[in-house]
Write a protein of this length. Sequence first.
Length: 255
Amino acid sequence: MSGVTGDKSAKSEDSVDKIQLAWHELVYEKSYRPTLRNSHNVCHDSKHRTLYLFGGRSKGGCNNHLYHLSQSKLDSGWRAFDNLKGDIPPPRKNSAMGYCASYLYLFGGNGHAKKGESLLADFYAFNISTESWMNLKTRGDVPSPRDRHSLSVIDNQIYIFGGSSSSGKGGEEFLNDLYVHDPKTSTWTQIHFAADSPRPEPRYEHCAAAMGNYLVVSSGKCENGGLFDFWLFDTTQIKEHIASKKNTPKVCLFA
């Protein structure tokens, strides 16, 4: 019997060794792909199975181009939205964007001013159905101007974490504040933590993602250089925090 077990194990190991994983490059002609750029945003619309790409740094400065790529029509390439309506966001780089309930949400970034660059704290929504932008007027604890931050969507709530609020003329270079926006009420809420509570080190150029009800924050750049760490924030704490905010704020915790 032991010999049979050994054979099965060996076959299993052999089959694992033979699995081949590979990248597949999508190559498109010039007219079916975005122009060269960096420091842009990409997010995925799971409902329509579409990727969206916005802005970034390109030749001549920043841009505010918006492209889409259909998962079901990959051979068709990227398509630009040519007839955008509404309040179109000014060109920018290092902003943050996410998909929530048939809208794209865009916050902050770094745009061009007459004398250098300018940090932004504006908040836009793009209606995918009507192809129109809206400059959202919000209330509550609106996040400060920043770039190189993250935007994540969990349970139809929008989370902004960290980034940099320094444009070379004051401000905090590294941030670790956390905000949540409720699209139904157009309200921002800053999440407060006890002074002795564990929390991610202030940072920018990090990565953040949704994992169930958890907000995951990883790595980035801090005052002492590069980081490699993982932090989890249980967003189910938020409802209780907001409900008790008018009284004594509830302490929320990272793990």
